[in-house]
Design a protein around this ligand. Structure first.
Ligand SMILES: Nc1ncnc2c1ncn2[C@@H]1O[C@H](COP(=O)(O)OP(=O)(O)OP(=O)(O)O)[C@@H](O)[C@H]1O
Ligand SMILES: [Mg+2]
Length: 376
């Protein structure tokens, strides 16, 4: 089947900011102890004021990261239609009357609008698609947009990351599913990445753990779904009759899901599982791992050698994006899975070996790296 419509789903609209602070006795942090991971900061009682330098601001969220990397790798003539679908809270009071002309921006909260602007700025070929859902209103404990701050300590080789949790209600989850049901039918491929928001379920019918399984239920039978998430959120998808077409997880997440592998016990499924870490990828195609001999039926693809690792931030997202880019446009007649895995490894290798991480991914560098891996 040729893939004509791809929808990437973002449930955590995020503005990511990277701030750098310097070791300074008034303006900044004072010390970093690598042994116990403690950072000392001077407080305001000591008349200190942190004066971070803002290094980067961009649209975040796992699905958005995947979209951004796919966007960089797409050929000029893309033929297929790619959309990044983001679910946003409604605007309050006068914000409802804002008019953004034909910019594509829709009224939301200030953070919701800010995130939309960042997405539009970051995407060239993928179309941002914004869905405002009234039940996502940020009242009470609800947190349906966020800003994540990464504080980089100059010369310390470490950083502090502040990522507020996304908190929904069961009603908002239901409303998002209902909204998805109105257009998910068009999609030939759905991409999901990262954990869903948290909410308390009153009746266990709709929980963060079965949310992705409910989304799968809404898709057309021939729609290919690709998911990169920890095992907790996959269990119900794998037990259901229609598993995702692709699953990505790192090796720690794979071990964490051991109970699911035991339950499935080597079952044949129309699903390819790709497990990765810095050493390479283990791939199970159409058959789930055998829990007695976990790696027995997998094919191993060693990671390409990298001279210097600069940043592993988003390496897994880059891998997910690379795989799907190649899967959709592959010229490999046979063994499309192998070509897509090798291409994905080239993408993550380029991502970790430059100081801009996923921002330094360049389609030509990826092709050269993939060629050196004799991928076709
Ligand atoms: N230290 C490293 N050295 C070489 N390659 C690396 C390193 N870290 C990551 N990679 C490459 O990136 C790929 C994905 O990395 P990893 O398995 O760490 O992702 P992850 O844990 O899912 O990351 P995230 O979800 O934060 O993006 C690896 O399979 C490998 O190809
Ligand atoms: Mg990951």
């Amino acid at each position: 089947m040729s893939i004509k419509k791809v929808k990437i789903l973002e449930f955590a609209p995020t503005a990511d900011e990277i701030w750098q602070i310097k070791r300074h006795k008034k303006d900044g942090y004072t010390d970093y102890n690598a042994q116990n991971g403690l950072v000392s900061l001077l407080d305001t009682n000591h008349e200190a004021k942190q004066r971070p330098q803002i290094r980067a601001v961009y649209a975040g969220g796992k699905a958005t990261n995947v979209a951004r990397v796919i966007d960089r790798l797409l050929p000029d003539n893309i033929q297929a239609e790619f959309e990044l679908v983001t679910f946003l809270p409604p605007p309050k009071a006068l914000m409802r009357n804002l008019n953004f002309g034909n910019s594509g921006i829709v009224p939301s909260t200030p953070t919701g609008i800010y995130t939309q602007c960042l997405q539009i700025e970051n995407l060239t070929k993928i179309k941002p698609h914004f869905e405002v859902v009234d039940e996502l209103a940020e009242t009470g404990n609800m947190q349906t947009t966020r800003r994540c701050i990464e504080i980089v300590l100059e010369d310390a080789g470490t950083s502090l990351n502040f990522s507020p949790r996304m908190v929904w209600s069961q009603e908002s989850a239901k409303a998002v599913l209902a909204r998805l049901a109105s257009f998910i039918n068009e999609a030939d491929m759905i991409i999901i990445a990262g954990a869903p928001p948290l909410w308390e379920s009153s009746d266990n019918l709709l929980t963060p753990h079965n949310f992705y399984a409910k989304i799968l239920d809404l898709t057309r039978d021939d729609c290919q779904v690709s998911i990169d998430v920890r095992g907790y959120y996959l269990h119900d998808c794998l037990i259901a009759n229609r598993p995702p077409r692709f699953i990505f997880m790192n090796k720690d997440e794979f071990f964490e899901a051991i109970d699911t592998w035991k339950e499935l016990d080597g079952k044949a499924l129309n699903c390819t599982l790709i497990v990765h870490n810095k050493d390479g990828c283990w791939v199970w195609d159409k058959k789930m791992p055998d829990s007695d001999a976990l790696f027995n039926d997998s094919i191993f693809f060693p990671a390409p050698k990298i001279e210097k690792v600069y940043s592993t931030i988003g390496a897994g997202d880059a891998m997910h994006a690379g795989f799907l880019r190649e899967w959709i446009y592959s010229k490999c007649e046979e063994d499309q899975i192998r070509c897509s895995v090798v291409y994905s490894q080239a993408v993550s290798a380029i991502s970790v070996s430059n100081d801009l991480a996923t921002y330094g991914i360049d389609a030509r560098a990826v092709d050269d790296m993939a060629d050196s891996m004799k991928w076709r």
